[in-house]
Design a protein around this ligand. Structure first.
Ligand SMILES: Cc1cc2nc3c(=O)[nH]c(=O)nc-3n(C[C@H](O)[C@H](O)[C@H](O)COP(=O)(O)O)c2cc1C
Length: 189
């Protein structure tokens, strides 16, 4: 069915834009998946700090949207998608999604994803977390949003940053029923 292969990738102004690059690459290796990209103004600042150009992300997407384009297809629930991943997800974007304050297209697309009861995964990144951050994330989790912090892993022979990134991307793809090559599952050879 149309739309069953579309995934929205939102990139906001938290550290770790390289994770978005890895996710877009991994989705590109999946059969028939369409990558729909939307980046915030904040993301452009963190990208500059991390030496990653917006063009690098654009090249990895099938479709890119302007952050202010509220007329874009992903701002409507009638445009079917598998869901959305916000990676990395800033605490400001967490707050915007939790309050339904959709003043940019990323927030609107997340709002639509929740109202249509589709999968929404937030790869949040901040430390330490304040009570405000924790409350927002708890509310979202109670609505069925998947809160997946960009957390280091130390099990299953994971030791390098590359291993940790691959593991996180594997866990994100798992949320959509997609298999990531090289993803090591506990208890499986
Ligand atoms: C270099 C840099 C790194 C940042 N890292 C984080 C972060 O890890 N987590 C976070 O919540 N905000 C972080 N911020 C602050 C956000 O970018 C800022 O709150 C911004 O308003 C987020 O807006 P957005 O979510 O619309 O992109 C960072 C800002 C800069 C410039």
């Amino acid at each position: 069915m149309m739309g069953d292969k579309r995934i929205i990738v939102g990139v906001s102004g938290a550290s770790g834009v390289g994770l978005a690059v890895e996710l877009l690459k991994a989705l590109g290796e999946q059969e028939g998946i369409e990558r729909h990209l939307v980046m915030t103004r904040g993301a452009e600042l963190t990208m500059a700090d991390e030496d990653i150009s917006p063009e690098k992300l654009r090249e990895l997407a099938d479709r890119e949207y302007d952050i202010n384009d509220f007329g874009a297809s992903i701002s409507s629930g009638t445009y079917r998608t598998m869901g959305m991943v916000v990676i990395p997800c800033s605490m400001k974007t967490v707050a915007g999604i939790n309050s339904g304050f959709s003043d940019n297209l990323l927030l609107r697309a997340a709002d639509v994803t929740i109202k249509e009861q589709r999968k929404l995964v937030l790869v949040v990144r901040e430390t330490p977390l304040s009570p405000i951050h924790l409350k927002n994330m708890l509310c979202l989790s109670q609505m069925g949003v998947v809160i997946m912090p960009a957390m280091m892993s130390f099990y299953n022979s994971i030791s390098t940053a590359e291993d940790m990134k691959r593991h996180l991307i594997g866990k994100i793809l798992d949320q959509f029923g997609l298999e990531h090559p090289g993803f090591k599952r506990w208890g499986e050879p």
